[in-house]
Ligand binder design. Structure first.
Ligand code: SAH
Ligand code: SF4
Length: 380
């Protein structure tokens, strides 16, 4: 059929070209345009999305508009010339979360269910307090750690959040609460959904963005990350130049009990956790926080309290006691208030020890209650 090898080659080339011009390429060959979210970018990332001939201060203009001015739409960045704004709009999107549901508690707590770009939702809780507001943000959708007393655990892990999705929760809540110009007054706790240290690179990037004085400008000492005790990641966190304060969910006074209520600790032993805590490089203004969820008849005895004191000896720390916040699917009970007080009294003799007052119980917004599916039972 082909008289020479050359002819065969030409025929093959023509066939290939026809294939590449085919009007309906196979689905795997389709190029899907994904605009890049700007929230979550650091200054250096922003330089990359501008045309190369643009001066460096253009990226700074975008950075300030997004994090200082906290615009709700790219068209609001009026400092940029129109062609650059058009270029931005064609390459990128702001990438803020949108509201799926807002629940208001009788104590003023606001619980937000926020839509992410892929259709998933995540939860954020704002707890107004005198002078300062505490904002509890999520680091993952669901959580892969299987703590037996926590409702988020029932979801399993859907995925980790990007740095932009972590920062986006702060920007969203600031706008909703009318605090756009005053984000400095936030105390941020990464104690919502998820295990932050299993999403450490994004948590650290979000922290750098939240703390940058040229942007959102929240002090490092006003951000706390809480972990169930992922030991290698505690060492990694210690190395970070900009890092939040560290809180450890201790939750038991013996290895045995800890393994029972927090099965992940079969891998990360209490003895090694204490060693990591003792080695943790605290800054001069910092104390380690230990959280302890009290479960009736399980980990709430005087002996438990005495063992906690022994475990934490010589660590510059404070203890936060949390009486279990109950929920459907959780097999444990909340201890009586007198038991919680008795526990506190023993620990307090040796170190500062506080009882965390539950916030937003009526809208399932308290510690360990974040799980989307229970929301049908709540009236907004
Ligand atoms: N995953 C991280 C941060 C989110 S949980 C961590 O475990 O530390 C935040 C805090 O809520 C943890 O101290 C956890 O022990 C506590 N917690 C979880 N479920 C709870 C519940 N049902 N009642 C009270 N506190 C709970
Ligand atoms: Fe995850 Fe923390 Fe809940 Fe444990 S307590 S399942 S680590 S969110």
């Amino acid at each position: 059929m082909f008289e020479s090898f050359g002819q065969l080659l030409i025929a093959l080339l023509i066939a290939l070209m026809e294939e590449s011009h085919s009007p309906t390429p196979p689905p795997h060959a389709k190029i899907i345009f994904m605009p890049q979210p700007i929230v979550g970018m650091e200054l250096s990332d922003m330089r990359q999305i501008l045309p190369p001939d643009q001066p460096a201060y253009r990226a700074q203009q975008i950075y300030r508009a997004v994090y200082q001015q906290k615009v709700a739409d790219l068209v609001e960045i009026t400092t940029l010339p129109a062609p650059i704004r058009e270029h931005l709009a064609s390459e990128a999107e702001l990438g803020l979360p949108t509201l799926a549901q807002r629940y208001l508690s009788t104590d003023g707590t606001r619980r937000y269910l926020l839509n992410l770009a892929d259709g998933r939702t995540v939860e954020t809780v704002l707890m107004p307090m005198d002078g300062r507001d505490t904002l509890c943000i999520s680091s993952q959708v669901g959580c892969p750690v299987n703590c037996q007393f926590c409702m988020t655990a029932l979801l399993g892990l859907e995925r980790s959040l990007t740095a932009g999705e972590i920062v986006g929760q702060v920007l969203y809540a600031a706008r909703d609460a009318g605090l756009l110009a005053d984000t400095k007054r936030f105390n941020i706790v990464m104690m919502g959904m998820g295990e932050p240290l299993l999403n450490l690179p994004n948590v650290l990037k979000a922290t750098r963005i939240l703390c940058d004085q040229k942007g959102i400008n929240i002090a490092e000492r006003r951000i706390t990350v809480s972990t169930s005790g992922i030991i290698p990641k505690i060492y990694e966190l210690a190395e970070a130049e900009v890092r939040p304060k560290l809180a450890i969910s201790l939750n038991a006074s013996t290895e045995e009990m800890r393994q029972e209520i927090m099965p992940i600790t079969r891998k990360y032993h209490l003895k090694d956790l204490m060693e990591a805590c003792r080695a943790y490089p605290l800054r001069n203004w910092e104390t380690l926080m230990f959280e302890y969820v009290l479960l009736k008849g399980v980990n709430d005895t005087d002996d438990d309290a005495r063992r906690v004191v022994k475990l934490l000896a010589n660590i510059n720390c404070k203890v936060n006691l949390i009486a279990l916040n109950p929920g459907p699917g959780i097999a444990y009970e909340t201890p009586d208030p007198e038991r919680v007080l008795a526990f506190q009294e023993i620990v307090m003799r040796s170190m500062p020890c506080f009882i965390r007052r539950p916030r937003g119980l009526d809208i399932f917004a308290a510690c360990g209650q974040l799980k989307r599916n229970n929301l049908e039972t709540i009236t907004a």
